[in-house]
Design a protein around this ligand. Structure first.
Ligand SMILES: C[S@@+](CC[C@H](N)C(=O)[O-])C[C@H]1O[C@@H](n2cnc3c(N)ncnc32)[C@H](O)[C@@H]1O
Length: 237
């Protein structure tokens, strides 16, 4: 915004963004050393995602992954026959994901973009999945995040989320505190109640802590994370 004048809601969102760290460079530095001992650097899908695929989602369809990082869940979905769009704003993460998809010999359409700039087909996805991105989204961007989900999910489509479980991991602060402190403090912790309130236009299907599993292993599982699956209601006939 050149002259710092506010003409639109979008200008207000950009102004609020500008009070916080720039996400792209920060995440690029984060992914630049792949040898770091970061739980989600393992190449294994979330245990809850595996369970949704096996027990709930039915035959493979189209999935959009938000904040896909190095592509561990995207590659898993492609291996299971899903058509995958995976977005992340970090070039380093996307490059790593592309390498993983190549060595697994599966197609994944990666988008190196801020998820708020995505222009994809509306009402097209059977599943939108977010593992660990939502808790880094600033509160003033939540409305746009919810719009993105409503716009891109098919009626009857699912939305799955993994985020910091409040009390175990993540900052315990109100939305207003985020602006008082000019920081998300490494990501917000969410309770089941808060998630149900935020995603109240979707139907809650299941909500639980992620199972703790030995790492590295075939599935990723850490109990400081909360998992939830919602569904976009189909219009009544
Ligand atoms: C905690 S990491 C999780 C990565 C991956 N989902 C996983 O579990 O391995 C969060 C990811 O969200 C991405 N991210 C954060 N804000 C984003 C935004 N506005 N648009 C796109 N990606 C974003 C970061 O670059 C990072 O890769």
């Amino acid at each position: 915004m050149k002259n710092e004048q506010i003409h639109s809601t979008e200008d207000i969102l950009h102004m609020l963004d500008s009070f916080f760290r720039e996400e792209g460079p920060w995440w690029n530095r984060f992914y630049s050393d792949r040898s770091k001992s970061i739980p989600f650097f393992v190449h294994a899908p979330d245990e809850n995602l595996d369970q949704y695929v096996q027990n709930r989602l039915g035959s493979p369809g189209r999935v959009l992954e938000l904040g896909c990082g190095a592509g561990r869940n995207a590659v898993y979905m492609a291996r299971r026959g899903w058509t995958v769009d995976a977005v992340d704003l970090s070039e380093e993460a996307i490059a790593w994901g592309q390498e993983r998809a190549k060595s697994a010999q599966v197609p994944v359409r990666f988008h190196c973009q801020n998820l708020f700039d995505l222009e994809l087909q509306p009402n097209a996805y059977d599943l939108i999945y977010d593992s660990g991105c939502f808790h880094h989204i600033l509160p003033h961007r939540r409305m746009s995040y919810l719009d993105l989900i409503q716009k891109h999910l098919k009626p009857g489509g699912y939305y799955g989320i993994v985020c910091f479980a409040a009390g175990s991991m993540g900052a315990d602060m109100t939305d207003w505190d985020v602006y008082r402190d000019h920081s998300l403090k490494g990501g917000l912790g969410y309770t089941e109640e808060k998630l149900c309130d935020i995603f109240r236009d979707l139907e809650l299907i299941e909500s639980r802590r992620m199972q703790s599993l030995p790492q590295p292993g075939p599935l990723f599982g850490e109990s400081f994370l909360w998992t939830a699956l919602f569904r976009k209601t189909a219009p009544a006939k």
